[in-house]
Design a protein around this ligand. Structure first.
Ligand code: SF4
Length: 767
């Protein structure tokens, strides 16, 4: 083990190209003229335009936001192990020798959380050897930095090493916006978008609107940065941030730690925001220095105007939160926007009939495992120990990275947590992504409640049990509640009886923003960054593998309208990417499109049968959704999915688009889409359409026959024109016409015509 050097040897290579960006920024200012005040988000995004002059000429900020399509050249790409497989398989099919921008791979999602890091990590490495070897060999061949299993979770490593004020980065994971805690624009995308950046094609984004969140006052007592975003999620709902970048500002920003701001940005994904960011602050400067990147802090300080919003910048929406009055919140179950202030949580339990017993507490993850989080948790554990208390239920701790783990080990924080009965899991996603093997006797179907300091709480996400009610809170609240074992315990006011019979009440937690003795690098075997490409390296994909398969290109769009499509399933209610392509055990097949397609839409509720993953074929037989899709594919029956609001919310998982396409789907008709998923569908050659009249959802049923009117023309005209759907009812033969809307740009129309964006890129790379 060794301390992080004052200036990290890679600091220079990881510094954003400030000179180039500032030059672009000057062009942006000149073209837009002095009448346009800019937010920080706009400054950074527009300075990454491939051609600011052409894109912005003749426009003002109000005509750009929410309207213009931006072609952007990003600075960097990060990929996690599950999504990197498909991204790399796609990159490989373009035939290029190296990546056009710096990139990194992080082995974090495929590691189990069960008995503790020492047992779980070697077992997970053994079980996923084929995948980790594939990723490492591809990293070596193409010059991608490789963070081996155990090195940490992608977003924590990005914050510690890559994120920096003014940077623009894509990550193949929906919580990539975590990097906004360091003043960067970090956006979660699918692997196909990452491939754009890796092959030097511009990455296209519809210019987001800007949602300003003004922070006033100062956090105190039990309130934490996590509570800022838990509260905001309650105000905005899971759809409220769609199409927006969330930009925090106001004097309250100055009192937050850099890692606290990262927590807030991380969970911007839960409100559907494109990304979130904070302006450059002294706490960012302190964090950069503590992580060996003092020179970046100096350059960011010198960048002045470029890294802060104009004083007259206007926001499309504005929300104010007074930190001084903010109380802890608990969000859930099953959705991150069901937000309850702690003082009202007891009543909510009674009103909703939620369990009063807590069955487990889990803290850490990419969201909440900073030095500040963990030392505040330590202060709670110390108070409890002095009172003679022990946790009443299982208590798991997931460090976000080897760096934070080693630092907490050196400073004895981990000792304190372990001696209280906490199980330290591997520096990886583990229970946050369904890789939690419970050993506490709770079985599938057992109703129970857990508390986590994670970010996401869709049904069955953590332990695969749809009856586990998963509530989100700060690590401090989770830890204190573990000592009572009760969901209706409010540690800010209630007492616990100690073994000696006295009443004990917690004092508000205290911690340190950064380690006084600097960060430890930890086990160096976990950081084999191989940044020099070696074209001789063989990237092995065995033809007999069940987990990896080379991709075959999808066929191009027919030169006609789509006719005689059939409705495979009419989905009712929430349909997240977890419902469309489940995680958990399916993570094993991320690199094998045929095999993973067996989970397609298995979480979707069919409006016809009122059952999950149960659909009806023409002959009346009931079967699973993937089975029916395969049957129809074999018979040459094209199909579409009909759905409700925010279809594809939740994650950047491109498999949720690849799989329906692979199984023969061609359209998703929904009341609305989540932004990333809508783009992912287009990239894979599927057509996302929305109802002009939402009530038309009631006009269409499973197995109805659908023919497009105007779709081919719209695609051929670069996204111009409208599309209607002619429906022939399966049961009556009656005909109906449905008006639809779309968001196709010229490039996106070309993707669909080519069969997929990758087909187009491969053609361009070979030209
Ligand atoms: Fe991993 Fe969970 Fe963070 Fe996703 S949200 S990166 S699964 S820890």
């Amino acid at each position: 083990a060794s301390a992080i050097p004052k200036v990290h040897p890679n600091c220079n290579a990881r510094t954003p190209p400030y000179e180039k960006l500032q030059k672009n920024y000057e062009t942006v200012r000149r073209v837009l003229g002095s009448g346009n005040s800019l937010t920080l988000a706009e400054k950074i995004v527009y300075s990454h335009l491939e051609n600011p002059e052409a894109t912005l000429s003749g426009k003002d900020t109000s005509s750009i936001r929410g309207n213009a399509y931006l072609k952007l050249k990003v600075d960097r790409v990060a990929m996690q192990d599950a999504s990197a497989q498909m991204a790399l398989l796609q990159f490989m099919s373009c035939g290029l020798p190296t990546t056009a921008v710096p990139a990194s791979i992080h082995c974090d999602h495929m590691i189990v959380g069960e008995k503790g890091a020492d047992v779980d990590l070697p077992e997970s490495i053994k079980g996923n050897k084929e995948i980790f070897d594939f990723l490492e060999s591809a990293a070596t061949k193409y010059g991608i930095e490789f963070w081996a299993p155990g090195s940490g979770i992608i977003h924590q490593i990005v914050l510690e090493n890559y994120s920096a004020p003014g940077l623009m980065m894509l990550g193949t994971d929906s919580h990539t916006p975590n990097g906004g805690g360091l003043g960067a624009i970090c956006i979660g995308v699918g692997g196909a978008d990452a491939v754009d950046a890796l092959v030097d094609a511009p990455w296209e984004l519809k210019a987001p609107k800007i949602l300003g969140v003004r922070l006033e006052g100062k956090l105190n007592g039990w309130a934490t940065p996590k509570d800022v975003i838990l509260n905001l999620a309650g105000q905005l709902t899971v759809r409220g941030g769609t199409g927006y970048i969330v930009e925090y500002h106001g004097e309250g920003v100055q009192s937050l730690s850099c890692t606290g701001m990262a927590t807030i940005c991380n969970m911007g994904a839960e409100i559907g925001a494109t990304t979130s960011l904070f302006p450059f602050t002294p706490s960012m400067s302190r964090y950069l220095q503590a992580t060996g990147r003092g020179p970046i802090a100096e350059k960011a300080t010198a960048a002045g105007d470029f890294l802060s919003a104009d004083s007259k910048a206007e926001y499309d929406k504005l929300i104010t939160i007074n930190l001084s009055e903010l109380e802890p919140h608990i969000n859930g179950p099953f959705t991150p926007d069901l937000s309850t202030p702690l003082s009202k949580f007891k009543d909510a339990i009674t009103d909703n009939g939620w369990p009063t017993d807590l069955s487990a507490g889990l803290i850490g993850s990419c969201t909440n495992s900073s030095y500040q989080d963990m030392t505040r948790v330590e202060s709670i554990v110390n108070q409890a120990r002095e009172a003679g208390l022990k946790p009443k239920v299982d208590f798991f701790v997931t460090p976000g990275s080897e760096q934070i783990r080693a630092t907490l080990e050196r400073d004895r924080t981990l000792d304190v947590l372990e001696s209280a009965g906490g199980v330290i899991l591997a520096n990886a996603c583990g229970p946050c992504i369904g890789q939690w093997k419970r050993t506490d006797g709770v079985k599938k179907g057992d109703s129970n409640a857990i508390l986590t300091s994670f970010n996401r709480n869709f049904r069955a996400r953590n332990d695969g049990n749809p009856d586990t009610m998963n509530f989100l809170a700060s690590p401090e609240i989770v830890t204190a509640m573990v000592y009572s074992g009760k969901m209706d315990f409010d540690p800010t006011v209630d007492s616990i009886q100690t073994p000696s019979g006295s009443n004990f009440k917690f004092s508000p937690p205290e911690g340190e923003e950064l380690p006084q003795n600097g960060f430890e690098a930890g086990r160096s075997t976990f950081f084999p960054a191989k940044a020099t490409p070696n074209p001789q390296t063989e990237v092995v994909v065995s033809p007999s593998s069940t987990r990896l398969a080379v991709l075959e290109p999808f066929p191009p769009f027919p030169k006609t309208e789509l006719s005689d499509l059939r409705v495979l399933v009419k989905v009712r209610g929430k349909c997240t990417t977890d419902h469309i392509s489940a995680a958990g055990k399916w993570l094993a097949y991320k690199g094998h499109l045929e095999n993973i397609s067996n989970n397609t839409l298995i979480g979707a509720l069919n409006a016809e049968t009122d059952a999950v993953n149960t659909v009806v074929d023409f002959d009346g037989s009931k079967t699973s959704i993937p089975d029916l899709a395969r049957r129809w594919k074999e018979k040459g029956v094209g199909w579409l999915v009909v759905a409700e609001w925010n279809y594809g919310e939740g994650s950047a998982r491109e498999h949720a688009a690849l799989q329906p396409r692979y199984l023969g789907g061609s359209i998703v008709l929904a009341k609305s889409f989540a932004r990333i998923h809508e783009t992912n569908l287009k990239k894979q050659g599927l057509v996302p359409l929305t109802f002009v009249n939402e009530s038309d959802y009631d006009l269409i049923d499973p197995r109805d026959q659908v023919t497009t009117v105007g779709l081919h023309d719209m695609l051929s005209n670069g996204g111009q024109g409208t599309v209607q759907l002619e429906i022939v009812k399966e049961k009556t033969g009656e005909k109906k016409l449905i008006q639809t809307a779309h968001t196709f740009s010229k490039d996106q129309a070309e993707w669909v015509l080519a069969g997929s964006a990758l087909n187009l890129l491969a053609k361009m790379a070979k030209a």
